[in-house]
Design a protein around this ligand. Sequence first.
Ligand SMILES: C[S@@+](CC[C@H](N)C(=O)[O-])C[C@H]1O[C@@H](n2cnc3c(N)ncnc32)[C@H](O)[C@@H]1O
Length: 828
Amino acid sequence: MGIQKKHGKGRLDKWYKLAKEKGYRARAAFKLIQLNKKYGFLEKSKVLLDLCAAPGSWCQVAAEAMPVSSLIVGVDLSPIKPIPRVITFQSDITTDKCRATIRSHFKTWKADTVLHDGAPNVGTAWVQDSFNQAELALQAMKLATEFLAEGGTFVTKVFRSKDYNSLLWVFNQLFTKVEATKPPSSRNVSAEIFVVCQGFKAPKRIDPKFLDPRSVFAELSDPTPNNEAKVFNPEIKKRKRDGYEDGNMTQYKEVPASEFIQTTDPIAILGSLNKLSFDQPPNGDVALAALDKLPETTQEIRDCCKDLRVLGRKEFRNLLKWRLKVREKFGFATKKSVKEAEEEVAEVESMDEELKIAERLQELTDKERLRKKRERRRENEKKQKEIIRMQLHMTAPTEIGLEQSGPNGDNSMFGLKAVDKSGAADKIAKGKMAILKASDSRQDHDSGLGSDGEEESDEEQDRLDRELDSMYEQYQDKKSSIDAKFRAKKARKEHEDGDWEGFTADKEGSDDDEELEEDSDDSSDDETPSKGPLLTDLQGVDNKAGGLSRRAAQFFDQDIFKDIGGIPEEKVESEDELEEGEEEISADLDALEIARQDAPGIEPDSDSDVPEAEEAESSDEEGFEVVKSKANPWDDEPRKDGRLDIDIITAEAMTLAQAIASGSKTTADLIDENFTKHSLKDRDGLPDWFLDDEGKHDKPHRPITAAGAAAIKEKLRALNARPIKKVREAKDRKKFHAAQRLEKLRKKSALLQDEEGMTEKEKASSIMKLMSKAAKKKPKQQVKVVVARGGNRGIAGRPRGVKGKYKIVDARLKKDVRGEKRAAKKRK
Ligand SMILES: C[S@@+](CC[C@H](N)C(=O)[O-])C[C@H]1O[C@@H](n2cnc3c(N)ncnc32)[C@H](O)[C@@H]1O
């Protein structure tokens, strides 16, 4: 590139301005920055070779991103102004001299990264160009194979031409991973694309054919000229920018601008030539001289004519319009002209008409594409934000989808921006968005417009969806590995979904087949996709599979459930006929069934899952109740029948149970009440995270009565009044020791009874003595108080010279306690 001039204001885009702002020598700097953002090769490199480096913006970026003591060598045909921490020299990368100079700089080192951004110097130093771009890239790769370390990265620019696939094939032979990408800063009109080859295989011997342009590009056919007319044809989606013609050693073609005016095929000229010249030939071209002086030949037109290769559609259109105007002026294309001229004019005008239609079409499709792109981006950004929030543990996955977006897509109140002051989210987002943007722009570039693009965007959308789903799964796995509560919740949900077997097998690995079969039988009974806690609770006490749980039995022992009448058998049977959308109703019927079975006069199931021993254990003569502690209501173990042993814990459930028990609700009422928007929800195809979230927040609100709330309150009060585990254990120990002492006494008195040398009176008095001794309380062991001082302070273990029980007290505390006692005495 070196000293290439920029033509037209369009070339001075935001990257150009940004490069100026940041002090980079060329806008190309951003291409490397964006490539590195995606692949991250610079930070990992200690030695880098930049082929075709002038003016040196890639070297600048490398020097910034690589570790401080790295070796960076840059080479170009053009001189490169010195760059701190970078060695540069001027040479042709296709020569042996260049190789030798690189070697002299590298000594024994090998490069971790080789960059190549070379383009033949068309137009300025074209006489030197003996290679086209693809050949230059192959040449760069040849150097890379010599200087790259094993596993190293090679980044090269290539143009989309026929050589492209051959090049890719060669790269694939030498690297483990080859990816072509177009960074956002690379102009869409440019046919350039960057190939990032990672993991250099460093083979001991490379077949010379791989590096010989004649064999690599052997199958090339004749180059097809770039027919710009195709660009305007809406049928053709892809821009034809075939790169430089193959076999054309000089690459460079220019004709006088007058020829463009006179030709009947202007498109062919625009598509195949490099320059329209206004330079006067020695013999003097009159038409050209006149053309040069025309007011229509503006500076912009002249600039456009200087380099046809870099022009976009707009510039081509301007040139064609200019040609028409000039032809009119010169009298080439008027209706009054000779027949051929008429034909030609007609042809040109029809082209103009066509142009207009094509342009209009183009505009419309462009608009539509932009709209779709914007939508896609907005969607992606939203998803990214959610993922970031999850990554930062700022949200539960169930909160996804609840975000309120402001008018500009920003989260107004609970936005990440407001919380993330360090900009961590931004960094993550940028990384991700860079990939997204890159893929977006790649799509645009590759697909042009229309259905191709849409298909690709659909695929992209699918990919993002899949990515989001798998991230959500990962999140759930992670959460369940650290959060017991979450695990239990998940298991409960799986149970509701009929996935209970899986959980049992997972959790209890050793479960035998029989048990698994049992479970699966049960779970097939209730294939309810999702139910609110109320329904689950009631189902938890479902008695269908055999007997009430102990808790359920205790619960329904309450006075309120006395005197419940039975429900006619037929009504309950109708449950079988309920369809899938009526699971909630069936759950309510379960509750009804429970209430019915618990009613007096109805025999409880004999094979209740509460073992007799456990029942007996729950109470003793002293009225001491052994209660299974349950710190967490969700930590329920599944019962043998696969259902959870869950108590009714919500006021809604209690209210419903009471209503059923009191007979104020009939089966018909329950069925009616459950036909809501919730019972007919279509969950097909919705992502898990969405369903989870919806299940949490979008559920029916059940009425609560004062009696129901009071019953739950009372229940909780009773629960809270139970002794804590420690106290229960201490009491148990006491009982156990007493039983042991009694047993001992019994044995001793039995021995005394059998004693032959003693009279009955003596025996009786001995037994009395034993009994009074056993009844005597042992004197409490004195606890020695040791003041933590000097040697005692902070030492773990028994203090020196202290026997028996001891207690370490703090000197300050001791004084304070004494002071308090004194003060209390005084007050008295
Ligand atoms: C696009 S510019 C490189 C820009 C550079 N990456 C930067 O960031 O500043 C392409 C360069 O390739 C160089 N080039 C073309 N053929 C070359 C060759 N055979 N040997 C060395 N350099 C060459 C040109 O001189 C030109 O400076």
